[in-house]
Design a protein around this ligand. Structure first.
Ligand code: URA
Length: 210
């Protein structure tokens, strides 16, 4: 991918996103919409995957048919909200390898601190897609990408549902080589680091917590 930011403006994505934003959409509906939208976003983030051909036999004749090339890609969920995006993407790419990055925010320094990190082997040979629904301040996304690069990843894309201008700028500064695919670039962050107009706390809305 050459663009640093891709906004998927497909009508189905935008319609589903509007339903997700609405306060009146409850947990089950939110989760289902997230699953559906994540597959449409996955379609876009995998658009330029490398291809090769293999010889197959149809009922009519042999042909050289296109198939994905190279090692299985790695999907990395940034916990915990990343899991909501992960499920849908995995349905579309069931052979993908899966990793998890857990970060919490130190309330004194406000910096992200790692509590869990487990990724597939040979990260340097895979396309790595990091998923997190909300690119807000960008602090945890930047830290997660730092960790993925330390593990060897060289070809990384970031998939989110909503992005803030602040988060996109922070990612561009720290990781200009990591393209971002999102359904919407919202207006701004508020003082608490929530995306405005946004959809609230994505983790709480998908898991029914408060
Ligand atoms: N995380 C969320 O879940 N929502 C926001 O608006 C920002 C960060």
């Amino acid at each position: 991918m050459t663009e640093h930011l891709t906004i998927v403006d497909h009508p189905l994505v935008q319609h589903k996103l509007t339903l997700m934003r609405q306060e009146s959409t409850a947990t089950a509906g939110f989760r289902q919409l997230l699953r559906e939208i994540s597959q449409l976003l996955a379609y876009e983030v995998t658009r330029e995957l490398e291809m090769t051909t293999k010889t197959i036999t149809t009922p009519m004749q042999e042909m050289d048919a296109p198939v994905l090339a190279g090692k299985k890609l790695a999907l990395i969920s940034i916990l915990r909200a990343g899991n909501g995006l992960l499920d849908g993407v995995l349905e579309l790419i069931p052979s993908a390898r899966v990793g998890f990055v857990g970060l919490y925010r130190d309330e004194e320094t406000l910096q992200p601190v790692e509590y869990y990190f487990k990724v597939p082997e040979a990260m340097e040979d895979r396309l790595v897609i990091a998923v997190d629904p909300m690119l807000a301040t960008g602090n945890s996304s930047v830290a997660a990408i730092d960790m993925l690069k330390k593990s060897g990843a060289k070809n990384i894309r970031f998939l989110c549902l909503l992005a803030s201008p602040e988060g996109v700028a922070r990612m561009k500064e720290a990781h200009p080589d990591v393209p971002i695919v999102t359904a919407s670039l919202d207006e701004k962050l508020n003082d608490q680091g929530y995306i405005i107009p946004g959809l609230g706390d994505a983790g709480d809305r998908m898991f029914g917590t408060k």
